[in-house]
Design a protein around this ligand. Structure first.
Ligand code: ZN
Length: 426
């Protein structure tokens, strides 16, 4: 005997009495908790089918964690075993009502796209947050979706009765003109037609409202083109209210932050973006001037030339400048001939260093950096021309910089000789 489906007659039925006919352990992989398959004579539980998710609830006190259809049986997946015989079932009616609102809303919205534009619904998904239909149209315009949404809401406001009837194919073809059906049935018997009084007639086994007003608001939230079809995302009833609530809150808060009306938000944000771009441009100019000014001051303040004939500009800041800032400065300073920039900055936790030289100096910056990095417990590298690194002992930064400076002035000749020697080997 197939399971008798009580939700066909009363989709709002929450509590029901049934007979448990079978309860067997479900086949699971060894890691998951044990589950049981329960079959009853009658049930109000809706199984996963036709795009509508299954119900949740309890059966004889055991949690029903899923419901599936197997041939004509409805199989309740429960968390514990339950005894055979009489039992009480209770479905989570909040979840069911949500599915009812979304599913009936889908019929109405699909009906609106079909009647206005001849667009056929080729897919339906009822997710936890959003509901989607796929329309067989490569794209839809904003005007089209606004018109379909408007018509769908009008059908809700008209509070049309919704009825479901069963047919077999012969009786159906004699009684109803197939052009009235939005979709042709795939079965030959037990064809269930859901009729939203005079507006939409389509075969469906799902749970539906008693009258269209129960659907509440139908709101399209976005559309997306996917390989020749258009996916329309929408929400109905309580979901639409929740969606409106957070969007209203976001708009209200953003408008308050900008001291404008919510309607003026796009214009205000675009004005802000423009101002931000202008400010960024001005900041860039000001920074460039600042680098040049600071680099010139640092160069002028350094000893014109040590014993090596090289002007060494050394600087250990505690202002926490980033490596980009140090590199810009070093680059500017080293536009002067016979110059080496040894720049470092620390922020109390770490230190950055950049060593750079002008093109006419033959000291190897990467090698020099390697010599002093251990002083700041650091790592880094680079080229003959420019090297950079970071260290975990910022308090040693001034020492590391002065060590590098004295290596240049005292041993520059040695480093140059070594570099020249290695060059000779080539
Ligand atoms: Zn349906």
């Amino acid at each position: 005997m197939p399971t008798k489906r009580l939700y066909y007659d009363d989709p709002y039925l929450r509590d029901f009495a049934c007979q448990v006919l079978r309860c067997e352990p479900a086949v699971r992989n060894s890691h998951s908790a044990p589950l049981y398959e329960v079959i009853t004579d009658v049930t109000a539980f809706y199984p996963n089918s036709g795009g509508q998710p299954s119900d949740r609830g309890t059966m004889a006190g055991a949690d029903v964690v899923d419901v599936i259809e197997r041939d004509d049986d409805i199989v309740h997946i429960t968390s514990t075993a339950i005894p055979l015989g009489p039992a009480q079932g209770r479905i989570d009616i909040e979840r069911r009502f949500d599915h009812i609102q979304q599913h009936s809303g889908q019929h109405i919205l699909s009906g609106a796209f079909a009647s206005l534009f001849g667009m056929e619904t080729v897919g339906f998904h009822l997710g936890d947050e959003y509901v989607t239909i796929d329309l067989n149209a490569p794209e839809i315009s904003h005007d089209q979706w606004a018109a379909a949404e408007r018509l769908a809401c009008e059908v809700v406001f008209q509070n049309r009765p919704v009825r479901a009837t069963f047919w077999d194919r012969d009786a159906l073809s004699g009684a109803i003109d197939p052009s009235r059906l939005r979709k042709l049935p795939t079965r030959t018997e037990n064809i269930r037609l859901v009729d939203i009084d005079g507006f939409d007639l389509t075969p469906c086994g799902g749970t539906h409202v008693r009258a269209s007003g129960e659907v509440g608001l139908i709101k399209i939230t976005r559309t997306e083109r996917i390989r020749g079809i258009t996916r329309v995302e929408f929400v109905c009833g309580r979901r639409a209210l929740a969606d409106y609530r957070w969007k209203n809150q976001v708009a209200y808060e953003a408008a308050a932050m900008l001291s404008v009306h919510a309607r003026d938000l796009p214009e205000s944000v675009s004005r802000l973006q423009m101002q931000l771009r202008d400010s960024a441009r001005q900041l860039e100019h000001a920074l460039r001037d600042l680098y040049e000014y600071q680099a010139a001051a640092m160069y002028d303040g350094a000893d014109p030339a040590g014993p090596s004939g090289i002007r060494v500009v050394s600087w250990a800041s505690t202002d926490g400048h980033d490596i980009g800032y140090l590199k810009m400065l070093a680059h500017k300073i080293c536009e002067h001939p016979s110059t080496v920039a040894l720049l470092g900055s620390s922020n109390g936790e770490s230190a950055h260093v950049v060593f750079e030289k002008s093109h006419d100096v033959s000291i190897d910056m990467a090698k020099l950096l390697r010599e002093v990095l251990p002083a700041v417990d650091g790592k880094g590298g680079g080229t003959h021309q420019i090297a950079q690194g970071g260290g975990r002992r910022p308090e040693k930064l001034p020492y590391a910089i002065s060590m590098a400076a004295s290596m240049i002035s005292k041993a520059a000749v040695g480093i140059e000789a070594e570099t020249a020697a290695s060059a000779d080997c080539h």
